[in-house]
Write a protein that binds this ligand. Structure first.
Ligand SMILES: Cc1cc2nc3c(=O)[nH]c(=O)nc-3n(C[C@H](O)[C@H](O)[C@H](O)COP(=O)(O)O)c2cc1C
Length: 271
């Protein structure tokens, strides 16, 4: 019988090793049927009590880094029109400017057919940025996720990517790893905040540590004279109703502050 996350049918521990006792299908089903009456640990993953991460606190986390070892940060994004891609490249540069981070860019797989993308006037994908393979996620010490909004929530392409991480969830492979996020919307009220806070569910279920920016960017966040993206939840840009607006300097400055803040937190967690 498979598990709720679509991973292998073999129950595994935090390190991906098979558990000693694989429950009989009926046993697993029984646990799934009584979440309220189950012990707290089982209730946390009612449909797969035996398959769920057994001891999240002891899971992967950020491996203690040697003083001279750079943190490996994966910046994983989806972008149709290039705004998020531009922010991702800026984020990488800002992370690496700290001297503490080796940042690598990845995009998630496109899920729309070519003819749909053509009708949307979407440009080709950048060929210098590889598509992320789910199995490589545990290699990173920390993550940055970037995605545009779709009706106030993350783009489906990004959600589809997260939907491929069930086996990693089962193994607790991303537990304790820090993550930050950024987004793009067409308009100022179009979902800068909702897109990021609804995405926190993905991090929470994996046990990742969400690192918001708060108001660390100071002046770059407080101005109200000009339209701008970004929020305490993470950096952002406004693409404009026709997609022609490009990230402004104030948006990019807030993004750089976020990147440096995130690098500092990730480094502390790795110490
Ligand atoms: C199906 C669809 C839904 C969208 N929903 C919203 C929305 O709710 N609010 C908004 O401001 N922009 C919305 N947009 C605009 C996109 O967020 C915008 O094109 C994107 O932020 C640009 O980022 P990119 O250049 O990285 O693709 C939507 C676009 C599409 C195609």
């Amino acid at each position: 019988m498979g598990n709720v996350c679509g991973g292998s049918s073999q129950a595994v521990d935090q390190h991906g090793k098979p558990l000693n006792k694989t429950p009989a299908p009926a046993e697993t089903k029984t646990e799934a049927a009584k979440p309220a009456a189950a012990a707290p640990a089982a209730a946390a993953a009612p449909a797969a009590a035996a398959a769920a991460p057994a001891a999240p606190a002891a899971a992967a986390g950020v491996a203690p880094a040697a003083a001279d070892k750079k943190l490996k940060v994966y910046i994983i994004f989806y972008s149709t029109y290039g705004h998020i891609e531009k922010l991702a490249r800026e984020y990488k540069a800002a992370l690496e400017s700290t001297g503490d981070v080796d940042a690598q860019l990845f995009r998630v797989a496109e899920t729309l057919p070519a003819d749909a993308l053509e009708k949307m006037h979407a440009p080709p994908k950048p060929d210098d940025i590889p598509v992320m393979e789910t199995s490589k996620l545990p290699d990173a010490d920390a993550f940055v996720f970037g995605f545009p909004t779709r009706f106030g929530m993350m783009a489906g392409q990004m959600k589809t990517f997260f939907d491929t991480t069930g086996a990693l969830w089962q193994a607790g492979a991303l537990h304790g790893k820090p993550a930050s996020m950024f987004t793009s919307t067409a308009t100022q009220g179009g979902g800068q905040e909702t897109t990021l806070w609804t995405a926190v569910t993905q991090l929470a279920h994996h046990g990742m540590i969400y690192v918001p920016t708060g108001y660390a960017a100071g002046a770059a966040m407080f101005g109200v004279q000009d339209a701008k993206g970004g929020s305490p939840w993470g950096a952002g840009t406004l693409a404009g109703p026709d997609g022609s607006r490009q990230p402004s300097e104030v948006e990019l400055e807030a993004l750089r502050v976020q990147a440096k803040h995130f690098a500092g937190i990730a480094k502390k967690l790795a110490a």
